[in-house]
Design a protein. Structure first.
Ligand code: LRH
Ligand code: MN
Ligand code: MN
Length: 398
């Protein structure tokens, strides 16, 4: 009998020291966190273009997310953004659970209120700090109600001009406010992830601009505080994979906000601009998983997407985002780690690079197809979706 494409690929991989069944089992462990806000009307600060079928409430976002998971494979959960997803939270939980889905990280929105003009958690006005902490605690309560196990905290705090603020005072306020939220999160069994961003909305300084500062706050708070790495939040040229590897070692990498970018925080489909960066990052996760000391730290990293589509059709773009993440992860699983380590120890610079790139250049589409087949999904996720009834019906939404 003729061998299938997958069987030929598997034989080649096994010859290169890769246990293909292990790779397929590891793919089962990849739990993608899908952002609800990727299905709603969205745009830039210039304009938001209306698209037929944009999800109008949390329940419609869950329906869209269900489609993404249905075509891309098993594993995946929906992430809320509060108050964008404000609704009857008990009903939301029932709705999600009825579909056999779960809640991923709950994201806090502390950036759409006039009171936040001069900051939130580090605002010099005690009343505003209190208001923000109340918002944070409310989000933790919502997380508790829906059964979300982690919270993402990102703040707009910063300044626009030299002299506007005293860094030291702001650090003190930030820490105090974060601590209040942290204590409540711990009491509710919710992990607390702090997201940094170098720029935007403030131009001169941001109070949590980088991984070092986020790690500083996380360490001050306690073990349940970790760092969220959003790929679009760095200076040009920063090696994000290196940051990832350090945070895994320190047991402080809480989550990713995966996306891609050209010049700013563009929230584009992951892997469309810089697939090598995505691979390098996932490679650090897999490297962590393969070492005893770092295995649990690397396995606990939440693989969240933070994407928002300006002109792309949304469910389709989300499907491609998940597929690109699965592709990068599958490639990272194909790295012959023993061989790579030896080449690195031998200081074989080009040999080590070749070893890594061999995995990167492997076409994993047949591997992912086999993996999906084993979960009862036939065919290409994107093509299947655009030929589905749901695709046609979605456009009829009001
Ligand atoms: C900020 C950010 C943060 C927000 C999201 C909508 O740029 O990455 O994670 O919650 O965008
Ligand atoms: Mn983000
Ligand atoms: Mn962002």
């Amino acid at each position: 009998m003729d061998r299938t494409g997958f069987e030929i690929l598997a034989e080649k991989l096994e010859k290169n020291g890769i246990d293909v069944e292990w790779v397929l089992r590891e793919l089962d462990q990849l739990l993608v966190e899908v952002p609800s806000w990727g299905f709603s009307k969205s745009g830039t600060r210039f304009f938001s273009f209306e698209q037929k079928g944009d999800a109008r409430d949390f329940f419609e976002r869950v329906d869209d997310c269900e489609q993404v998971l249905k075509y891309t494979g098993k594993g995946g959960q929906i992430c809320m953004h509060i108050p964008w997803d404000q609704c009857d939270y008990k009903a939301a939980r029932e709705y999600v659970e009825e579909k056999g889905m779960t809640f991923g990280t709950l994201n806090t929105n502390m950036f759409q209120d006039n009171d936040f003009r001069l900051g939130t958690l580090a605002n010099s006005d005690k009343k505003i700090r209190k208001k923000t902490v109340d918002t944070l605690n409310h989000c933790i309560d919502v997380a508790h109600t829906v059964g979300a196990k982690s919270l993402n905290v990102w703040t707009i705090d910063g300044s626009d001009i030299p002299g506007q603020n005293d860094y030291r005072m702001r650090r003190k306020w930030m820490l105090e406010s974060l601590k209040e939220g942290y204590d409540h999160a711990v009491s509710c069994g919710v992990q607390y992830n702090i997201e940094y961003k170098l720029f935007e909305p403030s131009s001169y300084h941001m109070d949590i601009p980088d991984w070092g500062t986020a790690l500083y706050y996380a360490s001050r708070l306690g073990e349940q505080a970790k760092v969220t790495v959003d790929l679009g939040h760095h200076a040009f040229g920063v090696n994000v994979a290196q940051i990832v590897s350090l945070l895994i070692d320190e047991q402080r990498l809480g989550a990713f906000h995966l996306n891609d970018n050209v010049c700013a925080d563009d929230d584009l489909i992951p892997g469309t601009i810089n697939p090598l960066r995505l691979f390098a990052i996932e490679n650090e996760i897999v490297a962590g998983i393969c070492e005893k000391e770092t295995e649990s730290s690397a396995r606990s990293v939440l693989q969240g997407l933070d994407i928002s589509f300006y002109i792309e059709p949304k469910v389709e773009a989300m499907i491609l985002s998940v597929v690109n993440l699965q592709t990068a992860y599958a490639k990272a699983l194909l790295v012959n780690r023993k061989k790579l380590q030896q080449l690195q120890l031998d200081n074989d610079i080009l040999g080590a690079n070749q070893c890594l790139m061999q995995a990167y250049h492997t076409d994993v589409s047949l591997l992912l197809e086999e993996w999906r087949n084993r979960h009862g999904i036939q065919g290409d996720p994107y093509t299947n979706y655009i030929h589905s009834e749901y695709f046609a019906d979605r456009k009829k939404r009001g």
